[in-house]
Design a protein around this ligand. Sequence first.
Ligand code: ATP
Ligand code: MG
Length: 428
Amino acid sequence: MSKHIQAVRGMNDILPEQTPCWQYLESVWREILPAYGYREIRLPVLEKTELFKRSIGEVTDIVEKEMYTFTDRNGDSLTLRPEGTAGCVRAGIEHGLLYNQIQRLWYQGPMFRHERPQKGRYRQFHQVGVEAFGMAGPDIDAELILMSARMLQRIGLADSVVLQINSLGTAEARASYRDLLVSYFSGHLEQLDEDSRRRLHSNPLRILDSKHPQMRALVEQAPRLSEHLDSESREHFQRLLAYLDDAGVGYQINPRLVRGLDYYSKTVFEWVTDRLGAQGTVCAGGRFDSLVTQLGGKPAPAAGFAIGMERLVALLMDTGGEQVNAVGPQVYLVVVGEAAERRGMQIAEQLRETLPKLRLQLNCGGGSFKSQLKRADRSGAELALILGDNELAQGSVIVKPLRSGGEQLTLGYEQISGYLETELLRYR
Ligand code: ATP
Ligand code: MG
């Protein structure tokens, strides 16, 4: 016998017990995003490898070691998207959506990174991403943050997360800060891990993003970007904070927050929880004013964020997830005997025709009356409809309440849909 084939490591099946939680989150996003004027864009999961190298940056964890890259049958190098911003900007340029325009776009779907799988960190994971183009001021940064706050609050997680925020300044301001960092870290070469030593000259800012515990103290002591910001970025940041103060949204300024992707400038932020262990960032984003030109478009300022769905699902499950309603059948149709099975199939179809919202499960696969009733009970349905030889002879069905403890009754076929229509109003 051959061994059974298992899923690829770090790529999860989302089972029917979990999908109600995902659907619940998606339904909340579908309400909140349009409320802020965001429109959905659907993007391919495969892009040319070059796109990610040019946007995320050659010297980043993602591009150096996490991408699923392969050569396709035409000899082109393609990559499963590790994030959504690059593809969104690519599509925006390609379809002329960005130049001299205001766009608020969102997308969702799977992302792929070859990371070490652990709780909250997978090789296929899901994000909902939001990108706003054409607005250079701090008002849109603030609106994005308020929207993310609303999303987290709506799903009941407001008390589980804190907002960390920082400014990375402009690329020019970072260039001179970069020299300071290089000389600081050069003085502590022996404390740098291998990655950081390699990046010392190519991308020293990445050292600040190191997750290596033994480098924490060294990073703590490093010169702070916030003390070397250009005046424009400083003002942008102060105005953003004023918006947040006005809205009563609390934040922690974290001078070491740099984010793992090179395209950010000015504002960066993360919503972090301490309830998921080391993988505490549930939402992250910021401003990326030079990305559009970096990818060949005409200049367009931009800002956005991405939410990690798996981490939110984990948090919701952890808090009991009372908001999440499973959508099982409301009615279970028990059919005993071959003639009843045939008639039952017709009745089920007629009911679905007249009551499109009814969730009806027909017993298929036979079984005794007793075992069918057991299935009806396990299905979570409110009612069982019972059709056996006797009922068939009389043109009726028995209605048996499964949860309310009410009386059982008999209805003629023609009465069933009217009866269910009023009953339905009482069910979820
Ligand atoms: P982290 O610091 O946790 O590695 P990141 O900076 O690499 O996150 P982003 O690229 O900003 O993450 O992605 C935004 C969000 O997507 C993260 O905050 C997280 O919630 C989620 N995310 C990122 N990588 C993974 C992963 N491998 N598995 C599950 N969720 C992820
Ligand atoms: Mg990461």
